[in-house]
Design a binder for this molecule. Structure first.
Ligand SMILES: O=C[C@H](O)COP(=O)(O)O
Length: 253
């Protein structure tokens, strides 16, 4: 059965010392309890090698926020999936809307990134989501379906089964505007149906689908109570251990 997951995405925040402190704080705040979900922190590349050995790997997974679409070679400034894996990181966020919008990442690029991540034993947290204009013209299902199909649907069922999907309506990211619980459930159920049509019900039912976009302690419980919302991909509220813990507690009874 699929897992419940709360994953933090630090984005371009925290210098190395601050990142180490935040990882220690998250580790400490979870030390005396067993969260009711898998917990992941996705950090800037430069933090990975320092942060991975600091956290209790039985409770906290570490991930990168991106990786290159090439295996190795003369690609100045890029960081490969194998480099990420060599730090002990287990996850990588791919296709975040900020990468799509500001760095012009296309489905073709993302397909290569997903393949390289899987080949290097990383679990991709693959992001999809529509912009406000698309939501207002009721095109959100069409957009999300094509984002999934274009980048992922050449994978085998076994490969697809290794992915985590994150639905992040772009209009809700960092804006304080959260999708309503009903909007989140509706889209997550739609995503699961698209996966079921392509890979069958078992794969769909075993795929964790996270919600991202202004998710925080005050709304996590309501969002996570939806049958098809399996957790969150958390930006702003992952930057302080207490705030992040508040989101994780969204899974408490
Ligand atoms: O990856 C995380 C998302 O972009 C959500 O960011 P946010 O929680 O700051 O809205």
């Amino acid at each position: 059965m699929r897992k419940n997951i709360v994953a933090g995405n630090w984005k371009m925040n925290k210098n190395l010392q601050e990142g180490i402190q935040l990882a220690k704080d998250v580790n400490a705040i979870l030390a005396n309890e067993t969260p009711n979900c898998d917990v992941i922190i996705c950090t800037p590349f430069i933090h990975l090698a320092s942060v991975t050995p600091l956290v209790d790997a039985s409770k906290i997974g570490v991930g990168a926020e991106d990786c290159a679409d090439k295996e190795s070679g003369a690609y100045t400034g890029e960081v490969s999936a194998s480099m990420v894996a060599s730090t002990g990181a287990k996850y990588v966020i791919l296709g975040h809307s900020e990468r799509r919008a500001y760095y012009h990442e296309t489905s073709a690029t993302l397909k290569d990134k997903v393949n390289l991540a899987l080949a290097n034993g990383l679990t991709p947290i693959f992001c999809v989501g529509e912009v406000l204009e698309e939501r207002e013209s009721n095109k959100q299902n069409e957009i999300v379906k094509s984002q999934l199909a274009e980048a992922l649907f050449e994978l085998s069922a076994e490969e697809f089964g290794k992915l985590v999907i994150a639905y992040e309506p772009v209009w809700a990211i960092g804006t304080g505007k959260t999708a309503s619980s009903a909007q989140a459930q509706e889209m997550h159920a739609f995503i699961r149906s698209v996966i079921a049509d392509k890979y069958g019900k078992d794969v769909a039912n075993n795929t964790s689908i996270l919600y991202g976009g202004s998710c925080k302690a005050s709304n996590a419980k309501e969002l996570f109570a939806n049958p098809d919302v399996d957790g969150g991909l958390i930006g702003g509220a992952s930057l302080k251990a207490e705030d992040f813990k508040g989101v994780i507690d969204g899974f408490k009874a």
